[in-house]
Design a protein around this ligand. Structure first.
Ligand SMILES: NC(=O)c1ccc[n+]([C@@H]2O[C@H](COP(=O)([O-])OP(=O)(O)OC[C@H]3O[C@@H](n4cnc5c(N)ncnc54)[C@H](O)[C@@H]3O)[C@@H](O)[C@H]2O)c1
Length: 371
């Protein structure tokens, strides 16, 4: 199979769909790899790195899209990229179709076979191609929150770990899933006093078993949440209700109970955020002030560490990418029901029920499509 990887064109996207290591693996499986010149620059990979791995360099995106059997990317194809997709071509990338009717219409019209990273599952009910980005965002959250707490950034001027004779910052993490756990570990590692709030008792049992010496857990009742938020120097929002907008757990009015200059890092902003006062920001202008509480609400946090994120994503996508290339998408999906869950569009048909429901479109069962 000829696997093509274009340069990402979404603004401020520095990741790349294939690392040189992934290219090398694909080549060693007998495939050929076509990388757009400069595609890896933002993540610190040169054209020479890809050439050493056995890939061919293409001058532009048109060449990649025209010649590749499978396109491997990071972000959903932009309008200009969608125009280059063709019937029978495989697209393997993040898609997030449910809130995006334009993209869905274009992918259906293209006749391509589109497999979405975010809907591939694993045997534990997890989302293995979303998890690495949650791990990155979780670990970044206390880092950016600590910066937000600095006086020059409008924060209350509190050091995460304190110093001998001065207590550490208090951090409340709402949601103890992948983001929340990684955030809590890093915040505790910086010396802060951390409590994780969740509504899932099995999850809190797990966290308590593994991390009770590092951070505390608390059931996320409205009362407990209000109390911990009022005491906190930093609150990290990390809840997720799969397939739904994030619940608004902290009202605008509640900001009045918080310490002046406290920091909110709302990682769940990509699902609308779990604070009533959250609105998405960018890496260029990441923080804003509401009633003296500093909000950091960047919707694509992993982009700040494009190299780490690219390698982490590549590690997770590589086995699926190789299975699709080795067996063809149909056999790979027939052999692996978790990969089949990723199938969103095939040959002019929508094949993912939740997207059909969200957009009011007819859906063909993916099982039917692979028969
Ligand atoms: N901003 C970014 O760049 C970025 C990057 C990665 C992930 N995210 C987002 O971060 C959020 C969390 O992702 P995740 O991978 O950790 O999800 P996850 O499913 O692993 O964890 C979510 C946790 O929230 C808990 N929860 C649900 N409702 C709750 C409530 N009312 N109160 C307290 N806890 C509640 C769940 O029990 C679960 O433990 C998602 O919205 C995800 O899209 C954002």
């Amino acid at each position: 199979m000829k696997i093509g990887c274009p340069t990402e064109i979404k603004p401020q996207e520095f990741r790349v769909g294939m690392t040189p290591n992934a290219a090398h693996e694909a080549v060693s499986h007998g495939h050929s790899v076509l990388i757009q010149s400069g595609a890896g620059t933002g993540a610190g990979f040169s054209d020479e790195n890809y050439i050493t791995a056995g890939a061919e360099i293409a001058a532009n995106a048109q060449d990649v899209f025209a010649r590749a059997d499978m396109i491997v990317k990071v972000k959903e194809p932009q309008a200009a990229e969608r125009r280059m997709l063709r019937e029978g071509q495989i697209l393997f990338t993040y898609l997030h179709l449910a809130p995006d009717p334009e993209q869905t219409k274009d992918l259906i019209a293209s006749g391509c076979t589109a497999i979405a990273y975010e809907t591939v599952t694993d045997r534990n009910g997890g989302l293995p191609l979303l998890a690495p980005m949650s791990e990155v965002a979780g670990k970044l959250a206390p880092q950016v929150g600590a910066w937000t707490l600095q006086k020059a950034n409008g924060g209350r001027g509190v050091l995460m770990g304190g110093v001998p004779g001065v207590g550490p910052a208090k951090v409340a993490v709402i949601g103890g899933g992948v983001v929340g756990t990684h955030a809590a570990r890093v915040a505790a590692g910086m010396g802060a006093q951390v409590t994780v709030l969740d509504r899932s008792l099995p999850r809190m049992r797990y966290l308590d078993d593994i991390y009770s010496s590092i951070f505390k857990t608390s059931y996320a009742s409205a009362g407990n949440t209000a109390e911990l938020v009022a005491e906190a120097d930093m609150v990290i929002g990390a809840v997720l209700i799969p397939g739904a907008a994030a619940p608004k757990l902290i009202t605008h009015e509640q900001l009045g109970t918080m310490k002046q200059g406290a920091a909110i890092v709302d990682v769940a902003i990509d699902q609308g955020g779990c604070f009533e006062t959250s609105k998405a920001t960018t890496h260029q202008d990441p923080i804003y002030d509401v009633d003296g509480i500093m909000h950091y609400c960047v919707a694509n946090m992993p982009g700040a560490v494009a190299r780490t994120s690219t390698i982490a994503l590549g590690n997770a996508t590589m086995p699926f990418m190789l299975a699709i290339a080795d067996k063809g998408w149909k056999q790979a999906c027939a052999d692996d029901p978790h990969l089949l869950e990723g199938l969103n569009v095939h040959a002019g048909q929508l094949t993912y029920f939740a997207v059909g429901k969200a957009l009011g479109l007819d859906v063909t069962s993916p099982q039917l499509v692979i028969k």
